[in-house]
Structures are given as C-alpha cells and as structure tokens.
Unconditional design. Structure first.
Length: 84
C-alpha cells in the first residue's frame, strides 16, 4: 500500500476522529478555517483533518507531556538527509 497526504484521505481521518468520539467543528478565521476536535475538555486545532488526527494521536499518547522527549529525531533525520 502507498498512502500519501492528500485531500482524498481527509474523510478517512475524519472517520477515525469520529470513531474516537471527538466532536468536530470548524473554527472560522478571516480568510479560511481550521478544524477543531474536542473531547473530555481537550481540544486539538489544525489546518486540515490529517493534521487534526495527528494532534489527537499525540495528545492521546503523550498527554500533557506531548513535547517532552529524550531525543530530537527531527533534527537527526534532517542532518542525515543533508549529510551534516
């Protein structure tokens, strides 16, 4: 299987979010909108359903410590790619 970030995956992401019992709403901005998922006092807001699902998974897996990590994989992968 090959799966790529594209609009045709948005419905799948929204389906999974709904299955997780989140309430989904749109948040109006001046020229566009964001997607908001809320459940049990927690909110995730993102610019598209795929990002929204990713934030939900991060929040469910990590909770309040979502940004605590022992290693910076982001920089490590970039350094490997650029050969630094």
């Amino acid at each position: 299987m090959n799966l790529t970030d594209a609009m045709n995956t948005y419905n799948s992401a929204l389906w999974i979010i709904k299955e997780k019992n989140y309430k989904i709403a749109l948040v109006d901005k001046e020229e566009s909108f964001d997607w908001k998922a809320s459940k049990d006092g927690n909110e995730c807001i993102a610019s598209d359903p795929l990002r929204l699902l990713a934030l939900i998974i991060i929040s469910e897996e990590k909770g309040e410590k979502w940004n605590h990590y022992e290693k910076d994989f982001y920089d490590e992968i970039l350094e490997e790619f650029y050969g630094e």
